[in-house]
Design a protein around this ligand. Structure first.
Ligand code: ADP
Ligand code: ZN
Length: 438
């Protein structure tokens, strides 16, 4: 700990030093993979690639991608490279898109994860005197434990709330004078709503100052709502089970993107269709190489997450590259009547209307030859009581907004407040009823 940095030397390292350090670690990691991992040796041998062929950072591009199906095909522990006795902990992805993906950690992996989470929480202002309420699920999901390990290393007071029992969580946040909240953005929205119902004003009744939200995309509009309703500063945090869990990148106090911890990860962006590596600053799919992971090493892992990278210096003094907020994942993308639509675009459109609650559901179906596309939204309790409000105009305004943003027209259905499902973890925003009808 040194002023605002958890590790000043590493966080503010000149870029050339980061590059040199990365190259050294990359060579070590490639050797480790080639010697110890059947999976990677096969991949290398298939194209006659040898560890000695990796002499520069650019040589990384010679290595084939690792993809989600590699992990699924090798379920559960086929890609473990350390010896079985070295694995000390196992987690699994939340399975948003099919079978779970297993993360198997050596003691080394756990220590690095703990360090990166401590660094990340510290970057958002978390200090030993903070009371951190962790409402990410504890268990196989990496969210709860990831924050727990990091907060513990900082020496903050931890409230390991996990998910569930929302009313009790609100009571604890108040009684224990919680100062920082960690959960999914959709749970933060739900919490804020539940606080209003419980008669708790987070701005007056709580000591809450900051929130660290991630594990799913959240639009700037949702963010504004959370910040306004709770009166807090929010930080986006990113990660995935395949790399460690949360702690791969974190937003700093400048809020101009998320610093990727480049002493442990090399990040590239590629064209998701062709796999071509894109120039820095171009939007594409993020690909990560973990430089220090020993349980299940990851070379050039295709995340399916869409973002872009900025290597310019940040005003905070940190030199590690920044990624923009994830706008969506390629496997979340809907193709409706031939047009690509991301749920985050719908979120962006509907959050413009203060008459609407922050809940929405996209329903896509194909009863005949054509796709139907319905967006269900809820009015806030206050708006529902307003007899002056013209629902017809509201509906058509929402339709127009969705059309401007996505280029296609949607049916908008305004449902009763409270009718749409609330979630404690990652939200499910899409109901695609076309499956099996294609
Ligand atoms: P899954 O959601 O695939 O079951 P994980 O639980 O490991 O798997 O979650 C990792 C995924 O969550 C990432 O690949 C990304 O799609 C999403 N994610 C994580 N953090 C963020 C964030 N801050 N913003 C947007 N998406 C995120
Ligand atoms: Zn910064």
């Amino acid at each position: 700990m040194d002023g605002k940095y958890w590790n000043r030397k590493i966080e503010t390292m000149p870029r050339q030093d980061i590059k040199n350090y990365q190259l050294q670690k990359l060579k070590e990691q490639v050797n480790y993979c080639y010697e110890k991992s059947n999976f990677y040796r096969k991949k290398f041998d298939a194209i006659n690639l040898k560890p000695k062929d990796i002499q520069t950072i650019e040589d990384l591009q010679k290595i084939p991608f690792t993809v989600k199906s590699d992990l699924k095909d090798n379920y559960p522990l086929g890609m473990v490279t350390a010896s079985p006795s070295e694995i000390v902990e196992v987690h699994a992805s939340s399975g948003t898109t099919g079978n779970p993906i297993i993360g198997a950690y050596t003691q080394n992996d756990i220590e690095i994860w703990q360090e990166l989470m401590a660094r990340s929480i510290y970057t958002t202002g978390g200090r030993p005197q903070d009371v951190i309420h962790i409402a990410y699920g504890y268990g196989l999901f990496t969210g709860g434990f990831g924050f727990h390990y990091g907060a513990q290393k900082i020496g903050a007071k931890i409230v390991p709330a996990s998910s569930g029992m929302t009313q009790r969580q609100i009571k604890l946040m108040k009684d224990l004078e919680v100062t920082m909240l960690a959960c999914t953005p959709s749970f933060a929205v739900y919490l804020s709503e539940a606080m209003t119902q419980e008669g708790v004003d987070p701005k007056k009744d709580l000591k809450l100052k900051r929130g660290m939200f991630g594990a799913e995309p959240w639009s700037s509009k949702i963010r504004e709502r959370i910040e306004q309703e709770m009166g807090i500063e929010t930080f986006d945090i990113y990660g995935l089970t395949e790399l460690c869990g949360p702690g791969v990148s974190i937003e700093c106090e400048e809020h101009t993107g998320l610093h990727v911890w480049e002493d442990h990860f090399i990040v590239e962006t590629i064209d998701p269709d062709t796999g071509e590596v894109l120039a820095e600053g171009k939007e594409g799919e993020l690909v990560f190489t973990a430089l220090t992971k020993t349980g299940i090493p990851m070379l050039r892992y295709r995340t399916r997450d869409i973002s872009k990278i900025d290597i310019n210096p940040c005003r905070c003094g940190r030199t590690h590259a920044r990624m923009t907020h994830i706008t969506g994942r390629t496997d979340d993308m809907l193709i409706i009547r031939g047009v690509n639509v991301f749920p985050s675009q719908i979120e962006y459109a509907v959050m413009d209307f203060s008459e609407l609650s922050a809940q929405y559901l996209i329903v896509v179906d194909r009863p005949g030859a054509l796709d139907t596309f319905t967006v269900k939204v809820e009015m806030t309790e206050k708006a529902a009581q307003n007899s002056q409000l013209d629902r017809k105009t509201l509906k058509s305004d929402i339709q127009k907004r969705i059309h401007i943003i996505t280029g296609i027209s949607a049916d908008v259905e305004i449902v009763q407040y409270g009718e749409l499902p609330r979630t404690e973890g990652k939200a499910k925003r899409v109901l695609d009823l076309r499956k099996g009808k294609m």
